[in-house]
Write a protein that binds this ligand. Structure first.
Ligand code: FES
Ligand SMILES: [Fe+2]
Length: 400
């Protein structure tokens, strides 16, 4: 598959061609503002589709935990003593208080309200003043568990405790493609969370490069290409900027195809570009001081239609030395500025305008095929029943 991407990229570079979507697509603007539509997305997408909620290396050691909120659902991710990751509803089974906040390491979780205690797998292990409290069946009062799997060094969760599906069966092969990074052994550099408007308005900006030389002229610069090649694997995508001029570099692809010796290339060129892990995660690849790094961005809906969070997590392939760490931290600050000062304020103004109801439609150009692909898949999965959804997500179908 990756070789096919490289061959195609090389062919387009040499022939100076650029594939476009068949037509301009129009989308009803209410899809970004309508509370009923958002309720459907929560139910049909965010409670049924496996979501990337963390990188494995964020929870490297037994006891490491992280909390995250998805469309108002509080989630606690924790690695237990045996190394297995659990995804729990972050709610005490006494009266619902959150048993953990932020991230850290814990042998067990003691609820801050009345002191009930839970094991790393969510089992209830202690009730404060249990004789006074009265008889209850502790085994039936474990925290709610969500189906979770660790693949390709990423943690994928289905946010329905009653789902009959294993998230590992619904990744459609995208896990095999990104497994090439080897994230399981990577290093967590830093994470930061920013707030934004509707999750799709926020994530749309990850799905095209059309805006890059305009909106990001002060940061990335006006000379950046506004074109992107899109490859799909089910609802997931890889977005790659055009390579140099014909006869010029196109080096990544030549390395990939074995036409140049790979010996002095320190990174695997087949993985460059941006990876979109449906519905709301993206991976951007970087190369700093001889080291490979990625920015994992996770866009999640907030509790209502007009809110979202974007968490940027920077990962490095090898533990960075002091100089590289400083360069990575500088890059993180830069990327936070790009998204926090340029993308998110623009999306917030879009939200404001669309919420008036006076602009009926938005449009995705033929050069914005990634957006067309994303919104089509979203619609299809919204309409699919559980069996259809599982079938659609199980098999890679790149030509859709
Ligand atoms: S709500 Fe957790 S102990 Fe009471
Ligand atoms: Fe952007």
């Amino acid at each position: 598959m990756l070789e096919q991407h490289a061959t195609e990229l090389l062919r387009h570079t040499v022939e100076e061609t650029f594939p476009l979507a068949r037509e301009v697509m129009t989308l009803d603007a209410r899809q970004y503002t309508c509370p009923e539509r958002f309720a459907q997305e929560k139910q049909q997408i965010f409670s049924r589709v496996p979501l990337v909620l963390a990188a494995s290396c964020e929870l490297r050691k037994p006891g490491d935990f992280k909390t995250v909120e998805v469309a108002g659902i509080p989630v606690l991710l924790v690695r237990n003593r045996e190394g297995t990751v659990h995804a729990l509803l972050n709610a005490c089974t006494h009266r619902g208080a959150a048993v953990a906040s932020g991230c850290g390491s814990a042998a067990r979780f003691t609820c801050p309200y009345h002191g009930w205690t839970f094991a790393q797998d969510g089992d209830l292990v202690g009730i404060a003043s249990s004789t006074d409290f009265g008889a209850v069946d502790k085994t039936a009062l474990a925290m709610k568990r969500f189906p979770v799997t660790e693949r390709a060094g990423l943690i994928w969760v289905i946010l329905d405790p009653d789902s009959s599906h294993d998230p590992a069966d619904m990744l459609g092969g995208i896990d095999e493609l990104v497994a090439g990074f080897g994230f399981a052994g990577w290093n967590h550099i830093e994470s930061r969370t920013m707030h934004g408007p509707n999750w799709k308005l926020t994530f749309d900006a990850h799905l095209e490069f059309y805006h890059v030389p305009v909106l990001h002229r002060e940061t990335f610069g006006p000379e950046r290409s506004n074109r992107a090649f899109y490859f799909s694997q089910g609802p997931h995508q890889r977005v790659v900027a055009p390579r140099g001029r014909p006869g010029d570099t196109a080096k990544d692809d030549l390395y990939a195809l074995g036409r140049l010796p790979a010996a002095d290339e320190p990174f695997d060129p087949l993985l460059v570009g941006e990876w979109i892990l449906f519905p709301g995660a993206s991976i951007n690849t970087f190369y700093l001081n001889g080291q490979r790094g990625v920015l994992l961005s996770i866009v999640l809906p907030g509790p209502d239609v007009g809110t979202s969070t974007t968490t940027q997590t920077f990962l490095a392939e090898t533990p960075p030395d002091e100089v590289t760490r400083a360069a990575m931290e500088e890059l993180c600050t830069f990327l936070a500025r790009v998204v926090g000062d340029e993308d998110l304020p623009t999306s917030a103004l879009q939200q404001k305008a669309l919420a008036t109801g006076l602009l009926e439609h938005v449009r995705f150009g033929q050069n914005e095929g990634g957006l067309q692909h994303f919104h089509r898949w979203l619609d299809d999965l919204l309409k699919a029943d559980d069996a259809e959804l599982a079938a659609l997500l199980a098999e890679p179908c790149p030509q859709r």
